[in-house]
Design a protein around this ligand. Structure first.
Ligand SMILES: Nc1ncnc2c1ncn2[C@@H]1O[C@H](COP(=O)(O)OP(=O)(O)O)[C@@H](O)[C@H]1O
Ligand SMILES: [Mg+2]
Length: 700
């Protein structure tokens, strides 16, 4: 009431309203109890009491909200919700609490930085002394109980410690009227980038969105206008809590049957996945299996060769009906004669099943010099001659290319593929190799991850890459898995089908108009900056939207993305594809600028007191002058330094092309559900292994 009448809010000042309130309450008591002494009639006393009480209450409430505000900018309560409170609703994600950031908030925030407002921002000396006392005496035996009381986070404790979230609490505290923040599903269609330095709560925020997503696709909610969804979580480092969350939510949502857990660090519990087995065009296989071969500078030519040989082998494998895997590729690239033999078997099995005999006859006529010149066996050279004869009578591209491969001198050939084989070795040895090459020896009863099945079953997929153990395999699998996903979603884009249940298309949903015909695929890529190595991510963000794919990418800095992708233009393309921006505390100005640069300038007011005296020379008169001048100046709606000072679990959220919200995410309280013993054991082991080594991918 009083605030709204003044041009500037003036929220950081002594609370004068309380003096008025207490005086009014005093007067109300007096007029009620002692009206005779004031020469008032009884009815007039009641009236005065009512009037004084009313004014007292108005001022008291006003004073209270001011006190609340002043407390709020110094400390924000720890924010926790019970996991059971996450809604089962496909139309929105409840992303914590927040408010829309307006110029008034910039004004209030700037006011806290003024030097005369220091006492409202900095802790009092008594509070600081008590906190120091607790730190110094936490092991002093006879003070144990006192210290533990002073450390309690309870309203009864006036000296309770601030929540361990760091940062500047005023950034959120300047709006005491925060509300639940609901993020509508249709606003997510344009992909979302979540930026934040290490340990500021990106993965916890991911947990919140993922729980909501898994529940949004709960079986009990499915109908002909809500066809469920597919949730994919890629977790490079292996955050045990994230895995636990996925499993718990699948249990809650009745989706455990459709849950796929693929974890390179835990092959015994993981499902199988062959990232090169499924494709729309066979050339994709070569791309996926060579994208991790270094391709800069001199290596570019070798990468080209690797691609070509992988392509020839995979084409031949497709023709003979053999499943492509890293294992088979590795074998056939090292021994191209084997794949040629299989191919000849395939094409000649009717017309000339005894072709080997002819080859042996040719081999017998080859002299030793020719064989040693090629560094190949006589049999292989004979096979080349035999194939060439065949080719003179028929045109067969695959055979022609296979012969081309065999015609290289063996030692020269080995040199060309030398850069490729170590990578393939990595994918075919170690404890994860059985998972990645399931066709060799499939384990009975083991689930197999195939995107097509996942999509048609509306699955939930958790991919743990165990990147702290082996970054090369981690990045290769991530990149191949994403390419595989792009290829499947490309197919959806072209045909507009979601592989099954076409009834979905016939119905119109008011809320989810954009998704008609496609099941939403909600992809969460944690540690995104470490995962990007090639163009697949650009393709994913550019094209896959049409297939209902909605990506949430979590990354530390913008520079990392640039460094990884090797070009600022490509990085800009990636960023340009992120319509929503959630900016948590970042360590680097250029990342903060991503948000700052998108916001307008606002006018900030400041009050200057001017006072002066004028001596007219007369002994008895003079002039004094006192003015308050309200000046305005332009300032950024947010500065990079504000973003760099955010507490943990808080963010600025830019959506709808320019609307900026200030939000804070809750932490989940303890779960009521018990997890299967093996999941609990896995999560525990993951936690013990987990460390925040930034830039693990530098070991690549
Ligand atoms: N909303 C929150 N409120 C309070 N503390 C939080 C919140 N989010 C995260 N934290 C704290 O930050 C720590 C790191 O969070 P995490 O999500 O693992 O960070 P990141 O993924 O960004 O490295 C958590 O263990 C927790 O202590
Ligand atoms: Mg994390």
């Amino acid at each position: 009431m009083i605030r709204s009448k003044t041009p500037a809010e003036g929220l950081l000042r002594p609370i004068g309203e309380w003096y008025v309130a207490y005086t009014c309450f005093g007067a109300a008591i007096l007029t009620f109890m002692a009206y005779e002494y004031m020469f008032l009639s009884k009815s007039l006393s009641y009236f005065s009491t009512a009037v004084f009480s009313f004014i007292g209450i108005v001022y008291f409430t006003e004073g209270n909200s001011l006190a609340n505000y002043q407390r709020n900018i110094r400390r924000l309560r720890y924010y926790e919700i019970s996991p059971s409170n996450v809604a089962f609703n496909p139309s929105y994600v409840a992303l914590g609490r927040g408010f829309r950031w307006l110029p008034i908030h910039t004004q209030r925030l700037r006011d806290t930085f003024k030097s005369h407002n220091k006492e409202y921002v900095v802790d009092g000396s008594l509070y600081t002394a008590v906190r120091h006392f607790c730190i110094q005496n936490q092991y002093t035996p006879f003070l144990k109980h006192l210290v533990s009381f002073l450390e309690k986070d309870s309203p009864l404790n006036p000296f309770r410690p601030l929540p361990d979230i760091g940062g500047n609490p005023a950034i959120h505290g300047i709006e005491p009227k925060e509300k639940d923040f609901l993020w509508r599903y249709d606003e997510r269609v344009g992909h979302t980038g979540i930026f934040g330095q290490s340990r500021v709560g990106k993965t916890r925020a991911a947990e919140l969105i993922i729980s909501s997503d898994i529940r949004a696709g709960a079986k009990k909610l499915r109908s002909n206008i809500n066809d469920g969804n597919v949730v994919i979580v890629i977790d490079p480092k292996g955050d045990g809590e994230l895995l636990r969350r996925c499993v718990i939510e699948c249990i809650e949502a009745g989706r455990l049957d459709d849950f796929y857990m693929f974890h390179l660090g835990f092959p015994e519990y993981s499902c199988d996945y062959n990232p090169v087995a499924d494709y729309q065009k066979i050339t994709e296989v070569a791309g996926r299996s060579t994208n991790q071969v270094a391709g800069e500078g001199n290596s570019a030519a070798f990468k080209e060769f690797a691609w070509r040989f992988a392509n020839i082998c995979s084409q031949a494998m497709e023709a003979v009906g053999e499943e492509v895997s890293y294992e088979t590729l590795s074998h056939y690239i090292s021994n191209p004669e084997d794949v040629t033999e299989r191919y000849l078997d395939k094409i000649l099995h009717v017309e000339d099943p005894d072709w080997r005999q002819t080859v042996n006859e040719i081999a017998a006529e080859i002299d030793d010099r020719a064989a040693s010149f090629k560094d190949r066996t006589k049999y292989v050279i004979a096979m080349i001659h035999f194939s060439k004869d065949l080719l003179s009578a028929r045109s067969d591209n695959i055979l022609r290319h296979l012969v081309g491969m065999l015609e290289y001198n063996k030692s020269y050939y080995d040199k060309i593929v030398a850069s490729f084989l170590p990578f393939l070795d990595k994918m075919t040895t170690g404890k994860a190799s059985r998972l990645l090459n399931p066709s060799i020896k499939p384990t009975p009863g083991k689930k197999r991850l195939r995107w097509r099945d996942v999509i048609s079953r509306r699955g939930v997929v958790y991919i743990g890459l165990d990147a702290l153990t082996d970054p090369v395999v981690a990045v290769a699998v991530a990149s191949a898995a994403l390419s595989d996903l792009i290829s499947v979603s490309g197919e959806i884009y072209k045909t507009g089908s979601n592989f099954d249940e076409p009834t979905f298309k016939k119905h119109k949903s008011k809320l989810n108009k954009k998704w008609q015909g496609n099941v939403p695929i909600l992809l969460h890529l944690d540690e995104f900056n470490e995962l990007i190595t090639g163009d697949e991510i650009i393709q994913l963000l550019n094209k896959a939207g049409g297939a209902g794919l909605i990506a949430q990418v979590y990354s530390q800095t913008l520079k990392d993305i640039e460094a990884k992708i090797g070009s600022s233009a490509k990085a800009a393309q990636i960023i340009g594809n992120l319509q929503n921006l959630i900016m948590m505390r970042v360590a680097e100005e250029s990342t903060a600028e991503l948000l700052v640069s998108k916001l307008p300038m606002v006018e900030i007011e400041s009050n200057t007191g001017v006072s002066g005296t004028k001596d007219s020379g007369d002994l008895f008169s003079g002039q004094t002058d006192n003015q308050d001048r309200l000046t305005t100046k332009e300032d950024h709606m947010l500065r990079a330094s504000d973003i760099m000072a955010l507490p943990k679990g808080q963010a600025f959220f830019l959506k709808n092309g320019g609307e900026v919200w200030k939000v804070r995410f809750p932490m989940f309280a303890k779960d009521r559900l018990k997890l299967p013993v093996e999941v609990e054991a896995m999560a525990k082991e993951m936690k013990s292994k987990y460390h925040t080594s930034d830039g693990w991918a530098e070991r690549l």
